[in-house]
Design a protein around this ligand. Sequence first.
Ligand code: BGC
Length: 493
Amino acid sequence: MSLMFSSPVVTPALGSFTFSSRPRSNYIVMSAVRSNSASTCPILTKFQKDCATPTPYLRNVANAIADDMRDGLAVEGGGDLEMILTFVDALPSGNEEGLFYALDLGGTNFRVRSVQLGGKKERVLATESEQISISQKLMIGTSEELFGFIASKLASFVAKEKPGRCLLEEGRKRELGFTFSFPVKQTSIDSGTLSKWTKGFKVSGMEGKNVVACLNEAMEAHGLDMRVSALVNDGVGTLAGARYWDEDVMVGVILGTGTNACYVEQKHAIPKLRSKSSSGTTIINTEWGGFSKILPQTIFDLEMDETSLNPGEHLYEKMISGMYLGEIVRRVLLHMCETSDLFGHSTPAKLSTPLALRTEHLCKMQEDNTDDLRDVGSILYDFLDVEANMNARRRVVEVCDTVVKRGGRLAGAGIVAILEKIEKDTKRMGSGKRTVVAMDGALYEKYPQYRQYMQDALVELLGHKLASHVAIKHTKDVSGLGAALLAATNSIY
Ligand code: BGC
């Protein structure tokens, strides 16, 4: 996928973009939304109106997120955003040395990694990793099953290490940074209890349990001589991993199956922090997915939420993250089919199947530049069993665009809320200091149109001057490195 802009300047995956201070002009939108509009359908017109996020409205959303951030920092449970204290005060410096491990659990795959750190000069000397998929059964099974499976894979990863390749000092246990990408009430750098599951996980009996204890027990049962030195969220891991290479990184954002943002906060701005020293900085895990106020929720969002595994929770996540965008579109199309003649007079059975349409399908349809929207036609045929005429194809693309535009713009408003909070306390952008948002997640990486909407909202709300000091840096898969680095920082040796 390539991006074509005149401004802002964007480099594709693994690159970063900074916002030019010049006003944006004639950039090329890749969307297949044509001038030949399909919005003559009343349901579509109403849906577009309900999903609209004009700048003043988006400003209110950013302000409401900022209010919830402040309330969450004031007292535990003060706002929708949990504003979790991560116990990460020191970000990687580059001096870390030795062999450390990382385990990343947060989606349908988990990843194990070993990292040999060589200090400031040599940085990462060697790294090995393995990705293992987690079955649907494990995602909704018992904690013993899930952690037993993870520990067994971790044990075989370690067993496969070639002697001499990984240098563990004599008498030392292996140390692990555990990235657990769900809301956890952290009690120290190496312990925390699960508040709730998200993203389709619902492992029984785990809420309120210490997730590190679950992993330790399973590792012990598998004879694995390893200890968890740091428990981190993927947003924190991304921030830490990205900071290792770039000291201007202040925010870590995940836009993937789920979403979250973590950032560097001044300790004196955290009333609920009861530690004696209130100087310096610490990382806050916002768990912004839980934001729920003044969101442009439609009947389709409400219905999707009701049937989800975590009804009433993580409503912002359900509007902006990759797990849900395809499903919202499917629900709108189903309604259009049942109440008008979107695909002729019958409703295709597959359209009633939850999750039949995935976010990656929306992306492919929005990128279809053929005159007859051929790719849109094929996706509708392949995944929904529908033969759609040109008008129906156009309407489908408009529904996709509406949902993706709303999601991208709302995500942009969230980033602005965090940047403005940082700016209020540090004045870094105002004084011309580069401020980097480290970004990871397949939604951001693979959906150019979503990225564009997010960036547009960011500039609209932040203004060109401040935005010109912001860089969004795509830092793919650095959360494992970040977790290993934090294990090094918090090593007991
Ligand atoms: C979780 C977060 C996580 C995010 C991205 C959300 O569902 O609540 O803890 O960081 O997904 O993986």
